[in-house]
Design a protein around this ligand. Structure first.
Ligand SMILES: [Zn+2]
Length: 207
């Protein structure tokens, strides 16, 4: 017979294991004391795997750090929207973003237009004149970039709270908290705005 594992007294991140409590289904669970003062019940597997290292305060702190992050690195639906508005590269052959001049096989200069989105480069055609290539690039921006830029501006507007806003303090399970932080980062908005967005959908049926 194997000895039953006992985690009592062990430390996992900010948590110290106090005692084993009622299992939930087949999952053994422990009551833990968090360094921040909270007590929390955690599945044994989550402690041992390192999935859970606090009562949730660790991610709360991480969320604060995310909020302070350089905005240019935040992505909206996988697109670094700030980068879409960057100026033309210094090594550009034409001075127009996404338009490259090169000599084709028959020796004439042609202009190749491309646009980048989500790490992929989309080919927009090769043209005899720089104007045509620039036009193609402009058209590409309208199709591939503008929808993302519009959405970001929209979510920025939605995230603006009125003076009459009231706070509600909610304790959230750690795994859900992690999802909210990630989702807020992806959607390029504050954690508050992220939660508000979903609450409004449920309670107002709008947005
Ligand atoms: Zn804590």
């Amino acid at each position: 017979m194997t000895r039953r594992l006992d985690l009592t007294g062990a430390r996992y991140g900010r948590l110290i294991v106090l005692e084993e409590v009622e299992p939930r289904g087949k999952y053994r669970r422990y009551l833990c004391q968090c360094d921040c003062g909270n007590k929390t019940v955690v599945n044994m597997n989550d402690l041992r795997s390192g999935n859970t290292k606090s009562c949730g305060c660790l991610h709360k702190d991480a969320g604060k750090r995310v909020a302070k992050f350089d905005e240019t690195r935040l992505k909206h639906k996988g697109v670094a929207t700030q980068l879409l508005q960057n100026k033309v590269r210094k090594d550009s052959t034409t001075g127009i973003k996404g338009v490259y001049a090169y000599q084709n096989n028959s020796g004439t200069i042609v202009y190749r237009a491309t646009i980048g989105i989500k790490g992929k480069e989309i080919y927009l055609g090769t043209y005899d004149t720089i104007e045509d290539a620039a036009e193609a690039r402009k058209h590409g921006e309208a199709i591939y970039h503008e929808p993302y830029l519009k959405e970001v501006n929209l979510t920025k507007q939605q995230s603006r709270l009125t003076g009459s806003a009231k706070g509600i303090h909610v304790r959230v399970p750690e795994d859900l908290h992690r999802k909210i932080v990630e989702s807020a980062e992806q959607n390029h908005r504050s954690i508050n705005a992220e939660i508000l967005y979903h609450l409004e959908q449920v309670y107002r049926g709008t947005c």
